[in-house]
Design a protein around this ligand. Structure first.
Ligand SMILES: [Zn+2]
Length: 460
């Protein structure tokens, strides 16, 4: 999408910009027209994108304080992870090859009880921020415990985040009694000065089977009053459908609808076991789905009916879920998996084309978490959350179709530069604000402690 630079004439005075990214081999805007600009440039002023267009036009029309020649690179919007539990990276590989219920009850819940506190959440979120930034993710939507500590890590890393304080109706690492869950959520919301900063609050009801109807309704009301995103897991397994049918006589999405918690500021993670009526209900409500193909594949949970959801008008964004069930937070590989998985499921090579996979990790992901007016595409006025992919790699040469290349060939290791709010947060592959070696060393030490305590007992 051309910026305002194209409306200027040669005689007009040049505008001023803080940063000029020019000579990019390609700029993928992820705007409504999914424009691809060859030899493109982006001008940034403060936190925002000022203009995008040809290098020639942008250079002619703007005086820039700082410039970066990006020949050999591809510019695109920062990727958006719509569902994760960032701190759980400390449990990466702790318990694999188990079904969801057994994985949760026999491995994850005991490990969380023994090791999750405000410091391990901070450490785990820093570890995840390193991984996400280095693979081109600029925004993550999270749900966990001690989310003030996740907020601290997000602030320090420079990442954009929507952070959901976890709510369950049984004791968890940050609230000992069931009733304390609500007090913790209130405390968390009060700890935020506002709801429109780079790091924003949210509430995360774990699931319809771990939160009572009253808890769900209370949390959604809190979110409505605060004007923030409400999150929950939904229909992740066939077991959940049976359980909720047994308890309430309705399938999970119908159950949530009956509670009045589905609207355009509700994000449901997974949405795998949905009936046709439930898909229609989600579409009518405006609720979004976070599609996490790799995690659901690994847990053997199933696959979200993305084609039917999108056809019905439901917004679907990509997520990784946690590193404990994925086992990484890499949206490049998630795009690749999503595009291929739906071709297998539907027996149709046209299912989930590369363009759709890219949109689910950018502009559709932004819409899924309620931030489509601010992020998700390279367009004038939006936040300057931009990544530069180094295309001078054997597996990225030659480029016939840059979208195909990003989805099917890139793996995230090529991300050379990342800007968030116009600030450089990854410089030539190195995260600027975090001491990577320190975080890796401490996470390794913690991993050894966890291994000594839980050892092989955590595995089936
Ligand atoms: Zn999850």
């Amino acid at each position: 999408m051309p910026g305002n630079s194209q409306n200027r004439t040669e005689n007009e005075p040049a505008g001023e910009a803080d940063l000029l990214l020019f000579n990019a081999d390609w700029v993928l805007t992820c705007s409504p027209g999914m424009d691809r600009l060859q030899g493109g440039a982006v001008a940034v002023l403060g936190e925002n994108i000022l203009s995008v267009g040809s290098t020639e036009d942008i250079r002619k029309n703007f005086i820039c304080r700082e410039e970066l020649d990006l020949s050999g690179h591809l510019l695109m919007p920062g990727l958006i992870n719509t569902h994760t539990h960032a701190a759980m990276s400390i449990f990466r590989g702790l318990a694999d090859d188990l079904p969801l219920k057994k994985w949760l009850e026999e491995a994850i819940f005991p490990a969380e009880g023994a090791f999750i506190d405000s410091h391990t959440v901070y450490l785990g979120t820093l570890l995840s921020a390193l991984e996400m930034l280095k693979s081109g993710t600029t925004t993550f939507c999270d749900g966990y415990f001690f989310e003030e500590s996740a907020a601290r890590a997000a602030f320090e890393s420079g990442m954009r985040a929507v952070l959901g304080q976890g709510i369950l109706d049984f004791p968890t690492p940050d609230h000992a009694s069931p009733g304390a869950s609500r007090a913790r959520a209130e405390e968390f919301l009060e700890s935020f000065g506002g709801i429109d900063g780079r790091v924003r609050p949210s509430l995360f009801c774990h699931a319809p089977y771990t939160c009572s109807p009253e808890t769900m309704k209370w949390a959604k009301e809190m979110c409505r009053q605060a004007g923030i995103l409400f999150q929950t897991h939904l229909s992740e397994s066939a077991w959940e459908v049976d359980e909720i049918m047994g308890r309430y006589g309705r399938r999970p999405a119908a159950h949530l609808d009956s509670l009045g918690v589905l609207d355009e500021m509700t994000l449901c993670a997974h949405g795998i076991w949905l009936s046709r009526d439930e898909i229609a209900t989600l579409a009518k409500s405006g609720s979004s789905i976070s599609h996490c193909p790799q995690s659901s594949m690994k847990l053997g949970s199933g696959t979200a009916p993305v084609g039917a959801l999108v056809s019905a008008g439901v917004t679907v964004g990509l997520g990784t879920d946690s590193a404990a069930s994925n086992n990484d937070l890499n949206l490049f590989s998630e795009m690749d998996t999503a595009a291929k998985l739906h071709k297998v499921i539907e027996g149709d090579p046209l299912a989930c084309p590369a363009t759709q996979a890219l949109r689910m990790a950018t502009i559709e992901a932004a819409a899924a978490i309620g931030l489509e007016k601010e992020i998700g595409s390279i367009e004038p006025g939006k936040k300057a959350d931009i990544i530069a992919v180094d295309c001078r790699r054997p597996h990225l040469v030659p480029i016939y179709d840059p979208v195909s290349q990003v989805v099917y060939s890139a793996n995230g290791s090529e991300v050379a530069f990342v800007w968030i709010d116009g600030a450089l947060v990854v410089d030539r592959g190195k995260v600027v604000a975090i001491n990577e070696a320190d975080v890796l060393d401490e996470a390794n030490r913690l991993g050894k402690r966890i291994s000594r305590k839980l050892g092989a007992g955590s595995r089936s």
